[in-house]
Structures are given as structure tokens and as C-alpha cells.
Ligand binder design. Structure first.
Ligand SMILES: Nc1nc2c(c(=O)[nH]1)N[C@H]1C(S)=C(S)[C@@H](COP(=O)(O)O)O[C@H]1N2
Ligand SMILES: [Mo]
Length: 323
């Protein structure tokens, strides 16, 4: 189904949740009376078990250091997704993204670098030491998860390409192939999906390229075979299924900013003090083990809890202006 793009990212309670509930309840013959009942997390979770598994291959990685963060169950991370190339409902990517051909996969590192590279991503995944990193993940739609990613520092890979002194920003691009993404045109966003970071953000040790989660390769709906993860920024910065990383002189266009510049900034740092034009960013719905419709809200932290590490990147910047 197609909603206007202006509405999609702002639906704090996505329409798909309502429609899934309706389908489930109707299917059980509970009908209109049941629909009038308030959502009860436990009951609805029972009616809608989403025990899907990641069929990916196991990956070896240095385990994360002990963390107080409790990861979201794997079945939720891989069934509740935003990947508009495969549909705009949260449940669409898990259903549709299996048409993505992730092998072989080539990633170009190009632009303002002394050593441009064309990388065989599977060779990279199997040869490069991987680390597990347990990060908070916060979507601008005001839901959040905790995800145990596998991957490596983005900056480490960029440095190997030897950026020139003119490289001030990094532009990322997702694959766009209408044959593998038959519903993509209906998403209403201009494709390929593009994102960007300032060079110092890209070089920050927390910024990573993820190639797996929960010990296995990424499923296609989460951006296989390689995607960006920038934990202090809203989720739309974390571009999936990357085919090009280009170092550039000036700020590159980014998908959601191009669509609605007054709603989505280039920086998109998680900031509870700066509301989205129609939605508060002060709190979030944490998707944990509590149920698919868990309504437990928690306060949103500045820089998504990574302020000690990254706030200095923005010293002297007015974060209301540069939202
Ligand atoms: N190519 C591409 N990358 C994308 C998106 C998308 O639609 N297409 N959605 C973004 C948004 S809005 C979010 S919240 C995250 C979701 O990542 P997840 O599905 O792995 O949780 O991916 C981001 N990366
Ligand atoms: Mo998002």
C-alpha cells in the first residue's frame, strides 16, 4: 500500500500495526468487539507470534564487552523493519526482501581517495576480523531496539583508501535494482537510497559497517550484506545494502532530507530536545521481549545515550539549527 512519503516516517504508531491487529482478530472471528478493546501487549503477542529465524551463516567475531543493555529478541529485529525498497509496512521487508541477490556483492570506495577500491564484500566478511557491538538503535518514528551487530569500524576501512585533504563528507548509496525490488517504485521515495556523514563522524570509532547480527550474517531485510550503523543518529542514517561509499568535498544529498527538509536534517542526531514538527522525540517505545505491541515507553537520551563519546563532534553548533 502506498502512503504519502511525508506521512510515513512520522507514524509513531504505524498504520501497519493497526492493520495487522485487525487482520489477526478478524481471522480469529473476534470481529468488531475485539477491535474496540485496547491493545494488550501480552494477548496480542500471543495472537501474533513472530518467531521468524535468520537463516544466515554463522560468523566469528570478538564478543562484545559486558553490557547492561538487554538486546531486543532476534525475531523482532528481523521482522519489524524499515526498508522501503521492499515495501513501506514494517512487516513487508521480511516478506519481500528475499528477492535481493546478495552474492556476489561489490562495494566501491571512490571519490576523494588516493586508493580507490572495488571490494568483494564476501571476501571482506570472511577475512576481516569482526567485532560484536551491542548498540541502542532509535528510529525517528520513536521506537527503539537494542541490537547485537557484527562488523567493524567504518573509519578503519576508509583510512585504507587514503582519503585526500579534500574529503570532507562521505556519501553512501544503496543498490537500486527494480528487478530485485519490484515494489520499490511504489514506496514514494527517490531511489537509490542515499545517505551521508561528515568525515569526522564517519571516522568516529562508534560508526560501524555491520555485516551481521546475533552471530550470523545479516538477513536481507536488515540490509545484507553490508550496512551502516551510526548509533547516535536516527535510524534513517543507517543505510542498508551499500554498493558505493564516495568521499566528497561538499555535503551530499540524503534521502529523507531531500523529501522533507523541514522534517529531516542532514545531521539527524538523536535529540529529545528537538521535536519532529509533528511528533515529540522526548520518549520512545522500546521493542524488547515484552511483546510485539509493547507500549512501554522510555525517555530518549541525547545522542541516543552516546553523548560522552560524540557530543564534542558538534561543539559550537546550534543543534536546533543543525537538526
Ligand atoms: N536502503 C535503505 N536503507 C534504510 C532504510 C530504507 O528504507 N532503505 N530505512 C532506514 C530506517 S528509517 C531505519 S529505522 C533503519 C531500519 O533498520 P532495521 O530494519 O535493520 O531495524 O534502516 C534505515 N536504512
Ligand atoms: Mo527510521
Amino acid at each position: 500500500m502506498s502512503r504519502t512519503p511525508r506521512l510515513t516516517e512520522q507514524h509513531v504508531t504505524p498504520e501497519s500495526v493497526y492493520r495487522d491487529r485487525r487482520r489477526i482478530l478478524m481471522g480469529l472471528g473476534l470481529g468488531a468487539a475485539a477491535l474496540a478493546l485496547p491493545a494488550r501487549a501480552g494477548l496480542l503477542d500471543l495472537l501474533s507470534p513472530r518467531e521468524i529465524e535468520n537463516p544466515g551463516k554463522p560468523l566469528k567475531a570478538t564478543p562484545a564487552s559486558p553490557s547492561t543493555l538487554v538486546p531486543t529478541p532476534e525475531s523482532k529485529i528481523i521482522s519489524y523493519n524499515n526498508y522501503y525498497e521492499f515495501g513501506t509496512d514494517k512487516s513487508d521487508p521480511a516478506r519481500n526482501a528475499s528477492t535481493l541477490r546478495t552474492e556476489p556483492w561489490t562495494l566501491r570506495i571512490e571519490g576523494e581517495v588516493e586508493k580507490p577500491r572495488t571490494i568483494d564484500v564476501w571476501a571482506l566478511i570472511h577475512r576481516r576480523p569482526l567485532e560484536e557491538r551491542i548498540y541502542r538503535f532509535r528510529c525517528v518514528e520513536a521506537w527503539s531496539m537494542v541490537i547485537p551487530w557484527l562488523g567493524f569500524g567504518l573509519g578503519d576501512l576508509l583510512r585504507e583508501a587514503a582519503p585526500t585533504s579534500r574529503a570532507r563528507f562521505v556519501a553512501f548509496e544503496t543498490l537500486y535494482d527494480p528487478q530485485q525490488m519490484p515494489d520499490a517504485a511504489a514506496s514514494g521515495i527517490a531511489l537509490p537510497y542515499v545517505e551521508g556523514l561528515r568525515i569526522d563522524e564517519a571516522m568516529h570509532p562508534l560508526a560501524m559497517l555491520a555485516v551481521g547480527l546475533y552471530g550470523k550474517t545479516l538477513p536481507p531485510q536488515n540490509g545484507a550484506p553490508i550496512r551502516l550503523v551510526v548509533p547516535w543518529k536516527y535510524g534513517f542514517k543507517s543505510i542498508k545494502s551499500i554498493v558505493s561509499i564516495r568521499l566528497v568535498e561538499s555535503m551530499p544529498p540524503t534521502t529523507w532530507n531531500r523529501l522533507a527538509p523541514d522534517e529531516y536534517g542532514f545531521y539527524a542526531n538523536v535529540n529529545p530536545a528537538v521535536d519532529h514538527p509533528r511528533w515529540s522525540q522526548g520518549s520512545e517505545r522500546f521493542i524488547g521481549a515484552g511483546g510485539a505491541f509493547d507500549a512501554k515507553r522510555q525517555p530518549t537520551l541525547p545522542f541516543n545515550g552516546y553523548g560522552d563519546e560524540v557530543a564534542s563532534l558538534y561543539q559550537g553548533m546550534d543543534l536546533r539549527q543543525w537538526f
